[in-house]
Design a protein around this ligand. Sequence first.
Ligand SMILES: [Zn+2]
Length: 334
Amino acid sequence: MAVVWEQLEQYQPTVMKMLAKSIEKGRVAHAYLFEGQRGTGKKEVSLLFAKSLFCLNRKGYQPCHECRNCRRIDSGNHPDVHVIEPDGQSIKKGQIEALQEEFSKTGVESNQKLYIVEHADKMTTNAANSLLKFLEEPHPGTTAILLTEQYHRMLSTIISRCQVLSFQPLPPTVLATYLQEQQIPPHLAFLAAHVTNNREEALELSRDDWFAQARKIVLQLYEALNKSDLRALFIIQQQWIPHFQEKQQADLGLDLLLYIYKDMMYIQLGEPEKVIYRDRMNDLQQWAMACSQKRIIENMSIILQAKARLNTNMNVHLLMEQLILNLKEGRAFV
Ligand SMILES: [Zn+2]
């Protein structure tokens, strides 16, 4: 199903409002630069915007998604809408020149043309200079949309010729709602939405059995920790170590553990709406009652110390055993 305006408005309200206004007022810029992290919807927004510009039955600023032009943009077959992406590691001068040649002809079907340059920061110097000339003498009816995750790598001369729109990382609540729309159960959606603010990554993670299992082990570890350190050490040995084998996985495991303490903190602060493990609200409330705020803060800092140690060459098994003892005694790593 085609992405509609309201969906993208949830993710990027400011950007969508500005684009809607420019269409309504007939003041579309010659060139836009969409900058923001991966997974913030830059490409989707640029294609939707293209549909709005080319749609034969536009309603207000919204495309109909059904006309010939809308459908051809959806399938990547509109003769006046071009997408350029890196050819290997970079965007080469030849790619920009081919585009310019194409654009020197009038529009195949109308006098309107639009091009999207993905990863515009990957243009070679020659390609960037070529594009710059193009931006300096815009053809009437031509719209450029440059996309980048690396704004600081863009030439300032190019930036100054574009209207820059910044795409914000998605807030966890918005991302969690999106994940639930993709049939992810709420307890995994909330957790994944805190681990990353990238939609694709969050979706991939929350569909992975490994992640669901990771969550289980972390909660079990916390419960064991409340009973005895022997029980906790047993879980480390039997479950944690085999499951979180890579450093990156161990780091994620520590984050998941940290969120339990964060949740207890939110409960103590009277902000239960921020709780991440919300399906365990009753347990969290009990745990939060049994723990002083000072101790929660200390334990969070101990987990952060363990995360920092992961980047040294310390043996992960030893590190985790040390972590358990430190959490139990509220003692910092030495
Ligand atoms: Zn249409």
